[in-house]
Design a protein around this ligand. Structure first.
Ligand SMILES: [Mg+2]
Length: 235
């Protein structure tokens, strides 16, 4: 990358870019299922997780659009999943919700190559995180997984009141970092939230294309593995 020397700050998305949300979440849901759901419901854990993930996704979209609160997302994703399987039990939903929020951020699986890449980048760049999520969940993820040592600032959507791709969250994060957009690079796995959002805020962006599907036009580069960042940024 001929322009590499202009970057001083690198901003990373957290979930599924560094912290392996998919695997950590499934691991948590499997525990909750076997402890509290399996005794009452004769279905496989995969069906439970499938339904939960679809409902969770829909609720996050409503939250992003300002239609529901974060508390509703946290509880309703379990209330509605249980209802889908014929269990109408607010108490159980509240218990699952509380246990999920307490346990999942303590999971420590990282995306392949994350520590190795951050170790090297840290010697040359100021590193930061911009994440859509709840403060009480995202901060423990960073701390428990050992990511904390790499990052100078962490910005969550909750503290600045809007979610990526909203321009305000990028401006908020740049301000917190003391960084200018033209010396900053965003790395993330969401073409809309991370790549389009960062680009609209005047930053360059690298798309971590884990699925190999659509490459956003705005991305400066698309990578399939985090390790590809090293030759691009360190050479
Ligand atoms: Mg992500």
């Amino acid at each position: 990358m001929s322009t590499q020397k202009k970057y001083r700050h690198i901003f990373f998305d957290l979930d599924n870019t560094l912290w392996d949300f998919n695997r950590n979440s499934v691991e948590t849901l499997k525990e909750l299922f076997s402890e509290w759901v399996a005794p009452r419901l004769n279905i496989g854990v995969e069906s439970f997780i499938d339904v939960y993930e679809k409902i969770n996704h829909q609720l996050w979209n409503k939250y992003r659009d300002g239609q529901i609160s974060r508390q509703q997302v946290a509880i309703d994703r379990f209330t509605l999943t249980l209802k889908n399987f014929g269990i109408d039990d607010e108490t159980l939903a509240a218990l699952l919700s509380e246990a999920y929020i307490r346990r999942s951020p303590r999971k420590t699986r990282l995306v392949e190559g994350a520590s190795e890449v951050l170790d090297q980048l840290k010697s040359r760049f100021h590193l930061h995180i911009i994440t859509n999520g709840f403060l009480e969940v995202q901060i423990p993820k960073v701390e428990h997984s050992g990511l904390g040592e790499y990052f100078e600032t962490i910005t969550t959507s909750e503290e600045c009141g809007c979610l990526k791709p909203c321009r305000k969250i990028f401006e908020f994060a740049l301000g917190k970092a003391g960084a200018m957009p033209n010396e900053s690079l965003m790395v993330g796995d969401d073409p809309e939230g991370d790549i389009k959002g960062a680009t609209e805020a005047g930053m360059d962006a690298i798309f971590y294309n884990i699925s190999g599907e659509n490459n956003p036009l705005e991305a400066l580069y698309c990578i399939r593995n985090l390790r590809e960042l090293l030759p691009l940024l360190m050479s």
